[in-house]
Design a protein around this ligand. Structure first.
Ligand code: FES
Length: 149
């Protein structure tokens, strides 16, 4: 990883306003921003790791844990939200024992929210990997999870 991160640094000035573009590129290349990457960025930009986590917490796009084997995205766009999207997300957090943005310890699932999956008429909608599941309920979702190893 270190070689690639150094190559990323070469493209950006050593200036604090480059933090977000650097984080975006690290995430594009690795799928997430690892603690090791945060350490290196901190050294490169001369800002603390806490500052990096603090600033990036305003941007939902950044992941700080490696993705799981399956990625669950719960739509919390307006249509899905009013039809129970938040309840589905809460149920998943409880069932998988993780918070939104995290990965289960067995690496089976990672969980996140999205703004709109573009099929509002089918709300509430949950995406697992490339599959979209429409008109989801807590019961259907619990059953569905069993089919993902
Ligand atoms: S709001 Fe969920 S698909 Fe549009």
């Amino acid at each position: 990883m270190s070689d690639t991160i150094d190559l990323i640094f070469e493209k950006y000035e050593r200036a604090q306003d480059q933090l977000i573009p650097i984080l975006q590129e690290v995430q594009r290349q690795y799928g997430y921003v690892s603690p090791e990457a945060v350490k290196k960025i901190s050294r490169y930009l001369k800002i603390t790791e806490n500052q990096i986590y603090g600033v990036s917490s305003f941007y939902a796009q950044f992941r700080f844990s490696a993705p799981g084997r399956h990625s669950i995205r719960v739509c919390l766009g307006t249509a899905c939200h009013v039809r129970g999207g938040a309840t589905l997300l809460e149920m998943l957090e409880r069932e998988l024992d993780i918070k939104c943005g995290d990965t289960t310890s067995d690496k089976r699932f990672d969980l996140d929210r999205v703004a709109c999956l573009g099929c509002c008429a089918l709300s509430p909608v949950v995406q697992i990997d490339k599959d979209i599941y429409s008109r989801m309920t807590v019961t259907k979702l619990a059953e569905l999870l069993k089919s993902y190893e």
